[in-house]
Design a binder for this molecule. Structure first.
Ligand code: HSE
Length: 443
């Protein structure tokens, strides 16, 4: 008993932080290092994380981040087996050596965070089986939807529901191409060439435009939503190469937009799943119809919750770093909770009150509707009063009459609410103003 107590005290006293071994310093790796190195205003638990080793291909390449001497190394194998490393963060992309390094790290007892949808969708069985045997976690929030938190909600918050459909726009490149074809009436080939020139599409666009990237992602989402592993080769994948501007124009006339949807569906509990990626005519009123450009969105439908939609940036350094770091944070919380303290992500960590700005300090645009006497100079008087309090008008329209009274509507530029209210008080007292029936803030 005494020995156990001493041991616990020693663990507490020795706790100096969770050590990360990061593999890869490309776009996502750089974003993650930047986020983890700048913790002000973020969760305080981030301060307990140490970037202990960072594996790169070349030590001489110019980097956007500076790291202490000795952190960068080209020996990735040494990182995954280093006894000091608690969590291996795999941000290499591609199948190998990513898969082998993840498996070696698991064998060495490391928890894993990875953004690698290709590895997870192909080798998830092997990786999760190994992880379960080793008693470690494999976290994959960044593998689907970039910065959009969808993995954790499917694993936790939504898991009490019977999910029947997951429908996603999970590939930003194809959504960008289809959106431009729609808005410009351009052909697939022209928009693809331009997207490549602008860096929105890869030089080899196959994985994106043929629906394979979306296939990897829906396989992962389906697995989480329906609780079973997915053979990737059974996921039907059809890309957007054959979508023509003529089809987009006809769809538009019929009240649809064309989107590359990744769909996982189960009609009844015992029915087989339907998991597929294909261009789809989406009714304009559907929540996914307005997701444009490089954005992603995932609509989850289940019982009893109904519909929940997640929307956000599906790629990019900062967005993906947010997802990667959230997984790291969850692991740090779990590791800390095991030292007999409550899980710091579940407890309330606040003690002080936040400072709230009074509404007068709000800076916003306003819409105001005035009923005025129909006399010369009324609009001039309104303008003079607004000008006196620094209120700049974006538009002024006289829409008609209410009986004898003229109806004037103004929309302001951004203004401090207190200043706007002072101007209105003065305007209300003008003899030519009857009333101000509407006052609304404009986003
Ligand atoms: N190639 C992906 C896309 C980015 O276009 O959405 C990250 O998965």
């Amino acid at each position: 008993m005494l020995t156990l107590q001493l041991l616990l005290v020693t663990i507490e006293a020795d706790f100096v932080g969770i050590k990360l071994g990061i593999l890869g310093l490309g776009t996502v790796g750089t974003g993650t290092v930047q986020l983890l190195s700048d913790t002000t205003g973020r969760h305080p638990l981030l301060e307990e994380i140490e970037i202990y080793r960072l594996g790169v291909r070349s030590l001489t390449k110019l980097r956007e981040v500076s790291l202490p001497e000795g952190v960068l190394t080209t020996d990735l194998e040494a990182i995954v087996s280093d006894p000091q490393v608690d969590i291996v963060v795999e941000l290499l992309g591609g199948l190998e050596p990513a898969r082998s390094l993840i498996l070696k790290a698991i064998a060495a007892g490391k928890h894993i965070v990875t953004a690698n949808k290709a590895v997870i969708s192909r080798f998830g069985d092997e990786i999760f089986t190994a992880a379960n045997q080793a008693g470690v976690y494999v976290m994959i929030e960044a593998a689907v939807g970039g910065g959009i938190p969808v993995i954790q909600p499917l694993k936790q918050s939504l898991s009490v529901n019977r999910i029947h459909t997951v429908t996603g726009i999970v590939n930003g490149t194809t959504n960008y191409i289809l959106t431009r074809m729609q808005t410009e009436g351009s052909s697939f080939d022209d928009v693809l060439a331009d997207a490549q020139r602008l860096g929105y599409a890869e030089a080899d666009p196959t994985a994106d435009v043929d629906g394979l990237d979306a296939g990897d992602k829906i396989a992962i989402l389906a697995s989480l939503a329906f609780g079973g592993r997915i053979h990737l080769e059974q996921v039907y994948c059809e890309g957007i190469r054959q979508v023509s501007k003529t089809d987009i124009a006809y769809a538009e006339k019929l009240g649809f937009v064309i989107k590359l949807l990744a769909i996982a569906q189960r009609h009844t509990i015992s029915a087989p799943l339907s998991v597929r990626v294909h261009p789809t005519l989406v009714p304009k009123a559907h929540p996914l119809a307005s997701i444009n450009g490089v954005y992603n969105a995932i609509l989850v439908e289940g019982e009893p919750i109904g519909q929940v939609m997640f929307f956000g940036p599906g790629a990019g350094a900062g967005a993906t770093a947010s997802a990667v770091s959230s997984d790291i944070l969850a692991l740090v919380a779990a590791l800390k909770a095991s030292t007999a303290k409550p899980n710091p992500l579940l407890t309330c960590r606040h003690q002080d009150y936040s400072q709230i700005a009074p509404i007068e300090e709000l800076v916003t645009r306003f819409y105001a509707r005035f009923l005025t006497k129909d006399q010369p100079g009324v609009i001039g008087k309104l303008g003079t009063c607004f000008g006196k309090y620094g209120v700049s008008l974006e538009s002024v329209v006289q829409t008609g009459f209410h009986g004898e009274l003229a109806e004037i509507v103004v929309v302001t530029h951004d203004v401090r609410e207190g200043d706007f209210r002072q101007a209105l008080a003065e305007i209300s007292s003008l003899e030519s103003i009857d009333s101000i029936p509407s006052l609304l803030r404009v986003l």
